[in-house]
Write a protein that binds this ligand. Structure first.
Ligand SMILES: Cc1cc2nc3c(=O)[nH]c(=O)nc-3n(C[C@H](O)[C@H](O)[C@H](O)COP(=O)(O)OP(=O)(O)OC[C@H]3O[C@@H](n4cnc5c(N)ncnc54)[C@H](O)[C@@H]3O)c2cc1C
Ligand SMILES: *[C@@H]1O[C@H](CO)[C@@H](O)[C@H](O)[C@H]1NC(C)=O
Ligand SMILES: *[C@@H]1O[C@H](CO)[C@@H](O)[C@H](O)[C@H]1NC(C)=O
Ligand SMILES: *[C@@H]1O[C@H](CO)[C@@H](O)[C@H](O)[C@H]1NC(C)=O
Ligand SMILES: *[C@@H]1O[C@H](CO)[C@@H](O)[C@H](O)[C@H]1NC(C)=O
Length: 534
């Protein structure tokens, strides 16, 4: 193996270095790799020297850190890439793939760096980060209602460009605007418009993929199966998706939002219990979420449920709708705020009183996430019985749940209409809502990680009785390296465990796609699609 050769080579160099004071102690592979990049046969390859960072470059650490979202994966002991390349053009990507193959280095592709397990910038073997930060052009055609967006753009930049051109166009993207286009679309992508227009991957018309051979393939050239796989089969398995042609969707000039909070003393339990059957049946113009967390009220701990919605229409339609379907919530006109769709995104993201220019702020830290965090996700096919909430609340009231949040996001609407096999994302008809769990902390990385991760694992275990079973479904966009580690099914190795949870029966087709486009399994990580059924 090239990788182990690299290690033994370092050992050799170390011995040599003890006797000769060489200026550069890097693994010889790095130099060979750099030489290889520079001699890649493409006429303007010389510009690559501006975008190659080794551990000796002064800006290496800041480039690496620039989009790390989760400090769990930015500790002194976290493995670091030997080289970071931030390509300016396709030939830089082709050269990086070509030379990584020759020198046995793994590639980790990074768009927005939000991977929940840090897989876009951490690997246990010698690796190169291909960071698409410089490839972020956005072209919008308002007439045709389409856009070409490069993977390195963040969603906020895309939303901002749409909003600049039209108040009545939108894209069914995600809630946190710093999430990268590349990883988001690769995972499927849910957001505020899921009940009206489905997930983001349902709204992709074309894409450009650079494969292991360096070929530049559009939809026609890659074929329908590969095009199917890259829209929700998870990032980092099939090649580098350079750009996406996306369908823009219509939204009204004015949408309405509200947020109503109720504690346990204010009947939160009954309301959450009712929400489970009411919200998934609301008209598809309604996005509905309820988040639950521990709060202190009059010096006593309690659980607060926070009900929020974005309605594609005015408040004079929403208030009677909610009072007919969910009178117990008691929505009043004064609870409603009318705004543009793009402003509603900020409202739901808890970004209040900021102009939409905040969407361009790549270093913005979402109030939804602590510096370090662990996230999990479940699908609910049946309402959780009212009596079960007692157990759930007692878990949320524990000391280690100080920053924990559980959020239910309603499915239904368009989500029920798309067949399970239309994209790799299978969580369609039959799901009432998904449940996202998050716990955060800051500092004292190792100790706190153990403590809070233990807490969220216990919570996840407790919830198993109330969520989807056989398999317990999961969302690849919410990557979770825990799933699959304790199961006994060993066909495809552990891949068959997480593979079925993320993709259900679509997993087999994903393996076929992988065999077609990357048969020797070059694009690889802890949860990449395997290239054989063995
Ligand atoms: C604060 C926060 C909020 C979130 N909100 C939502 C939400 O509302 N809805 C939702 O669906 N998800 C949400 N997510 C999950 C998010 O969609 C995924 O983590 C997504 O993979 C992040 O994309 P990225 O480009 O930022 O990540 P990255 O870490 O750059 O990439 C994620 C994965 O995709 C691969 N990849 C990245 N770019 C490419 C590419 N161009 N070609 C091929 N592979 C690639 C990476 O190698 C990695 O495996 C959220 C995550 C966070 C941290
Ligand atoms: C990083 O250092 C190498 C070697 O000194 C140099 O060739 C390269 O141009 C530097 N990269 C950047 C982006 O300055
Ligand atoms: C990168 O992040 C790590 C961990 O937070 C920190 O130790 C290091 O100083 C950071 N480097 C830069 C250049 O910001
Ligand atoms: C809780 O519900 C009961 C009836 O189920 C009602 O009488 C009471 O007013 C409600 N409390 C609050 C604070 O809304
Ligand atoms: C935001 O603005 C509204 C009215 O414009 C105001 O009532 C509210 O206090 C402001 N909130 C913050 C956090 O500044």
């Amino acid at each position: 193996m090239k990788a182990s050769y690299c290690f033994s080579m370092s050992l050799f160099l170390l011995i040599v270095l003890i006797s000769f004071p060489w200026p550069n102690s890097a693994c010889s592979h790095v130099n060979d790799f750099l030489d290889c990049l520079h001699s890649f046969p493409s006429k303007d390859i010389s510009s690559i020297s501006k975008v190659v960072y080794t551990q000796n470059n002064a800006s290496y650490a800041s480039v690496l850190n620039s989009t790390i979202q989760n400090l769990r994966f930015s500790t002194p002991t976290t493995p670091k890439p030997l080289v970071i390349v931030t390509p300016l053009q396709t030939s830089h990507i082709q050269a990086t793939i070509h030379c990584s193959r020759i020198y046995g280095l793994q590639i980790r592709i990074r768009s927005g760096g939000h991977d929940f397990e840090g897989l876009s910038y951490v690997s246990q073997v010698p690796f190169v980060v291909l960071d698409l930060v410089n490839l972020r052009s956005i072209e919008i055609d308002v007439e045709k209602k389409v856009a070409w967006v490069q993977s390195g753009a963040i969603q906020g930049e895309f939303y901002y460009e749409i909003a600049k051109k039209s108040r009545t166009l939108a894209f069914p993207g995600g809630i946190c605007h710093t999430v990268g286009i590349g990883g988001y679309l690769s995972g499927g992508g849910y957001g505020l418009l899921l009940r009206k227009y489905g997930i983001a991957a349902d709204n992709v018309i074309d894409a450009v993929l650079i494969d292991v051979k360096g070929r530049i393939l559009n939809r026609k050239a890659m074929g329908e199966d590969v095009f199917w796989g890259i829209r929700g089969g998870g990032g980092g398995s099939f090649g580098v998706v350079l750009s996406w042609k996306l369908k823009l969707v219509s939204v009204p000039k004015t949408v309405t939002v509200f947020n109503i909070r109720k504690t346990l003393e204010e009947n939160a339990t009954e309301l959450v219990h009712q929400w489970q059957t009411v919200a998934p049946k609301l008209p598809p113009e309604t996005f509905s979420v309820v988040t639950m967390r521990k709060v202190s009220q009059n010096g006593r701990p309690t659980v607060q449920a926070s009900f929020s919605s974005v309605f594609l229409g005015k408040s004079n339609k929403l208030v009677p709708l909610m009072n007919a379907r969910f009178p117990e919530l008691g929505l009043k006109k004064k609870d409603c705020i009318e705004m543009s769709w793009v402003e509603s995104l900020l409202f739901i993201g808890l970004i209040r009183n900021k102009s939409i220019e905040v969407l361009l702020d790549r270093s913005f830290k979402s109030p939804l996430n602590a510096p370090s965090f662990k996230t999990k996700l479940d699908y609910a096919k049946n309402p959780i019985p009212e009596s079960a909430f007692k157990t759930i609340w007692s878990k949320l009231l524990e000391e280690d749940a100080e920053t924990a949040v559980m959020g239910f996001i309603a499915y239904g609407g368009k989500m029920d209409e798309v067949p399970e096999s239309a994209t790799p994302f299978p969580h369609r008809n039959g799901n009432l809502f998904h449940i996202a769990y998050n716990v955060g902390w800051s500092g004292e990385e190792n100790m706190k990680t153990l403590r809070y991760v233990k807490w969220i694992r216990e919570f996840y275990s407790l919830m198993s009785a109330f969520v989807s079973k056989s398999p317990r479904e999961a969302y690849v966009g919410y990557r979770d390296n825990d799933i699959g580690t304790n199961d006994k099914d060993t066909s495809y190795g552990t891949a068959s465990v997480w593979g079925r949870k993320y993709f259900k029966n679509n997993f087999d087709k994903l393996v076929h796609v992988k065999m077609m486009i990357d048969p020797h399994n070059f694009f690889k990580h802890e949860q990449s699609i395997p290239s054989s059924f063995a």
